[in-house]
Design a protein around this ligand. Structure first.
Ligand code: ADP
Length: 160
């Protein structure tokens, strides 16, 4: 079975992430969206909220599971017997960091391949940080995230 692990912070999941998940299920028998619990990132949404938001966004997709991990990504992926790590590449600005991470992960385990997928160009400018920034000022992010996520963001920032 070809298992892909799509790791990230997903704070919150956006239409860009969903585009990558939709592409990855064409390549793998199963995809695990793996949410990092790393508190160093000081996420807006706690781990349970992020998982719940991803679950609501992928419920129509068979073969997609949501999980969390606090381990080294490579160790987590090996434990799951994954075939590959999936990452999204938006622009050249992503490249340097992703290149470094992929090569370090390859040094840590040559059993794992990192696969980069490019989203539809309409999502290349999108990330969770900009979505939170706009939502915090009550801007409309309805085109950037699924409607359930939009509701959560409105709720989160209603007292701002
Ligand atoms: P991280 O904190 O690991 O960057 P993110 O949740 O921001 O976690 O992103 C997880 C993965 O999804 C990364 O590979 C990132 O490049 C990719 N990604 C994020 N936003 C988009 C987008 N709009 N289009 C394509 N890939 C994206």
């Amino acid at each position: 079975m070809r298992l892909g692990i799509y790791p990230g912070t997903f704070d919150p999941i956006t239409n860009g992430h969903i585009d990558i998940i939709e592409r990855s299920i064409l390549l793998f028998d199963k995809v695990i969206v793996a949410v990092t619990t790393n508190p160093a990132k000081s996420p807006l949404f706690d781990i349970d909220e992020r998982i719940e938001m991803i679950e609501s966004s992928v419920k129509m997709m068979r073969n997609v599971e949501v999980d969390s991990f606090d381990d080294l990504l490579v160790n987590y992926a090996l434990k799951k017997q994954a075939t590959a790590i999936i990452r999204g590449l938006r622009a050249t600005s992503d490249f340097e960091f992703e290149f470094q991470m992929a090569l370090v992960n390859r040094k840590l385990s040559n059993k794992l391949v990192t696969v980069f997928l490019m989203p539809n160009e309409k999502y290349t400018y999108l990330n969770s940080t900009i979505v939170k920034e706009v939502a915090s000022f009550h801007g409309d992010v309805g085109r950037f995230v699924p409607s359930e996520i939009n509701k959560k963001l409105i709720e989160k920032f209603k007292h701002n």
